[in-house]
Write a protein that binds this ligand. Structure first.
Ligand code: T5A
Length: 214
């Protein structure tokens, strides 16, 4: 993998416990061995302000908030993240691996909270213009399986406290987005065991690199 010219933006998506973070770290280790310039980051978060907003968004003690408030806080964190981290890194030729990005807003706020894709799309266009991830690795898992994994770590955060129907809507929205744009999305079976999921990621990654001529 060559880090010449503008970098590439790769996002990891899926519902809670789908295995995104585990696979992101695994790919990061592999790319470091290959000596690539890689930035690892996440949403909501990735900057000092974004991490404080993340704290508010996930704190169960904050309790309910209007879906619009939630969406705007997430986009506020995203604006900071794009300006301070993602854009500068890509301009320097780094490859940015990001744990969630705007697809999560379509899935969680657009579908999960019922705000609708159109309203998320307005903010996406306003903030990002035509900027989209070069590759989205979507880890697909049934909510029962994902939540069980996520909850085995302990207390539920504010969003993990939602009911199963919320995560079903989010999962379906993710899959619909992947079907609509198969060139940019790769769907990974997140229910498989760790090694099998890693193998799927490697194959998807290598096929994508070949497609880019990398
Ligand atoms: N959010 C975010 C929005 O609502 N809108 C937005 O626009 C954005 C950007 C925080 C929350 O923010 C919301 C969505 C989220 O609720 P997060 O911290 O990234 O985002 O959220 P989580 O999905 O909660 O992170 P998780 O850590 O729960 O999920 P991951 O990253 O998919 O799972 P991972 O890799 O940490 O694995 C979870 C556990 O499962 C095990 C791991 O070892 C770990 O213990 N595991 C497996 N076990 C068996 N088989 C496998 N294949 C496994 N893969 C992992």
């Amino acid at each position: 993998m060559k880090a010449s010219g503008r970098g590439r933006f790769i996002t990891f998506e899926g519902i809670e416990g789908a295995g995104k973070s585990t696979q992101l770290e695994r790919l990061h280790r592999r790319l470091r061995i290959e000596d690539a310039q890689v930035v690892l980051t996440r949403e909501p978060g990735g900057t000092p302000l974004g991490e404080r907003l993340r704290g508010l968004l996930l704190d169960p003690e904050v309790g309910a908030m209007a879906a619009e408030t939630e969406l705007l806080l997430i986009f506020a964190a995203r604006a900071e993240h794009l300006c301070e981290v993602i854009e500068p890194a890509l301009a320097q030729g780094a490859w940015v691996l990001c744990d969630r990005f705007t697809d999560a807003s379509f899935a969680y706020q657009g579908a999960g909270r019922g705000l609708g894709a159109e309203r998320v799309a307005v903010l996406e266009t306003w903030l990002q213009g035509a900027f989209r991830p070069d590759l989205v690795l979507l880890f697909d898992v049934a909510p029962q399986v994902g939540l069980e994994r996520a909850l085995s770590r302990g207390k539920r955060d504010r969003i993990e406290s939602e009911d199963m129907a919320f995560f079903e809507r989010a999962r379906n929205a993710y899959l619909q987005r992947a079907r609509a744009d198969p060139g940019r999305y790769r769907v990974i079976d997140g229910a498989a065991d760790l090694e099998a999921v890693g193998g799927q990621v490697d194959r998807a990654w290598e096929a994508w690199l070949r497609g880019m001529g990398g």
